[in-house]
Design a protein around this ligand. Structure first.
Ligand code: AMP
Length: 386
């Protein structure tokens, strides 16, 4: 057996202890893989599902050596990992997806440049690192548009809308102190979609059917697969996801987000080199799930050609309403085709994802009806609370 392959009974290290790490640990466990979480939060949700947990800040040198010594390979479950930690870790053990890919996804400009170099189209964009450059970018690229922090933003955080050249100063100011900014032209999209792609160390690349995503308040609210897109668009995005996976040497799972515009263009928005919220449907709606696929790939096993099992709708549950309401959770499973996933978070801050609901069924309109019934039961506890 190859040196770097994690055997059954071997340990995979996961940087980050959120829900993605938790679902990775659960998938790994089913295949006999142990997991070690590294997360400063003693109550990290992934720690409840993993074999062990190192509670230490991400810049701790002693934690780094202990982590590396106890695992066969490492992965990460959020892309705001200190890139230094990932780099240092890669000197000590294999890290998948490769830290170079992580760096690309951590910088919005580099990310879009890399996608374009691989043949993907994007909206117009450019750097806005100083007030002058910001004003020039808005004048050159046009309005409306968005200032975005080049790194660290997620769930719509770190963005400011610019509706007119007069509004540049205020929008720019609102993001001051959050590092370098970029500007990008607003996309009048018809649909937002994503593609989950997996690649193993031996170069096999597989993709899942395209998922349609609906955001509310900048946070993914619900997703449905199959997406309502033409087969030409589906083929194009699938090919582009493969090109990115191969071009950036992916090992593991990643998601690519796209806009489909009313005039039929497909524009790449961003990538995440890890299992993705919009791929949670694969736990019930496909085989294998994105989490199983990720663990197979990073462990040095092969990825499987996914089988699409059922139209599936995924709804996020946010922390807003869950001070009480736990007794309502089992009730949603009285509805046909519904499965609850709960992340075990102790901190139920508003806007925080605390679980999700998957709905499987025969057709998308029926799934939407069931989703409405779930919303009725949960009241404001989905994504429409605060
Ligand atoms: P992002 O962090 O880039 O994924 O942005 C979060 C959400 O903001 C996206 O899922 C879109 O709904 C919206 N968004 C981001 N960039 C644009 C854009 N250029 N035009 C229109 N909507 C956008």
């Amino acid at each position: 057996m190859d040196e770097g392959i994690v055997p059954v009974g071997g340990t995979v290290g996961i940087l980050g202890g959120g829900q993605l790490g938790r679902m990775m640990a659960l998938a790994g466990r089913a295949m006999g893989l142990h997991t070690l979480i590294w997360d400063p939060d003693p109550l990290a949700p992934a720690a409840q599902a993993a074999d062990d947990h190192i509670v230490a800040p991400y810049d701790s040198i002693s934690a780094l050596s202990e982590f590396a010594a106890r695992i066969k390979c490492a992965t990460y479950e959020f892309e705001n990992v200190h890139s230094e930690t990932a780099q240092q870790l890669s000197q000590l053990c294999s890290v998948y997806p490769p830290p170079e890919l992580l760096q690309v996804s951590q910088h919005r400009l580099v990310e879009k440049d890399s996608a374009r170099a691989l043949g993907l189209a994007t909206t117009l964009y450019g750097p806005a690192t100083s007030p002058d450059e910001a004003l020039n970018a808005v004048r050159r690229l046009g309005v409306p548009g968005l200032f975005k922090t080049v790194s660290g933003g997620y769930d719509g955080k770190g963005q400011a809308l610019v509706e007119s050249v007069n509004a540049v100063g205020a929008a720019y100011q609102s993001l001051q102190g959050h590092g370098d900014l970029m500007y990008e032209r607003w996309v009048e999209f018809q649909t937002e979609v994503s593609v989950v792609v997996a690649r193993d160390r031996y170069g096999k690349v597989v993709t899942y059917p395209v998922t349609e995503n609906h955001h509310r308040r900048g946070i993914l609210d619900w997703s449905v697969t199959p997406a309502e897109v033409s087969s030409d668009h589906e083929r194009l995005m699938t090919e582009q996801a493969r090109d990115v996976a191969e071009g950036l040497n992916l090992v593991g799972v990643m998601a690519l987000e796209f806009f489909v515009t009313a005039d039929g263009r497909v524009l790449f928005n961003e990538m995440a080199p890890r299992p993705h919220n919009s791929g949670h449907w694969t736990i019930e709606g496909a085989w294998p799930s994105q989490f199983t696929q990720h663990m197979r790939a990073i462990a040095g096993w092969s990825v499987a050609t996914p089988r699409f099992l059922s139209p599936t709708l995924m709804m996020n549950l946010l922390g807003d309403g869950f001070v009480d309401g736990f007794e309502m959770l089992p009730r949603v499973m009285e509805l046909e085709g519904v499965q609850l996933h709960w992340y075990g978070k102790k901190d139920m801050r508003p806007g925080r994802k605390v679980g999700h609901v998957t709905i499987v069924g025969d057709c998308v309109p029926r799934l939407k009806e069931t989703a409405e019934a779930v919303r009725q039961i949960l009241g404001g506890r989905c994504n429409d609370g605060a």
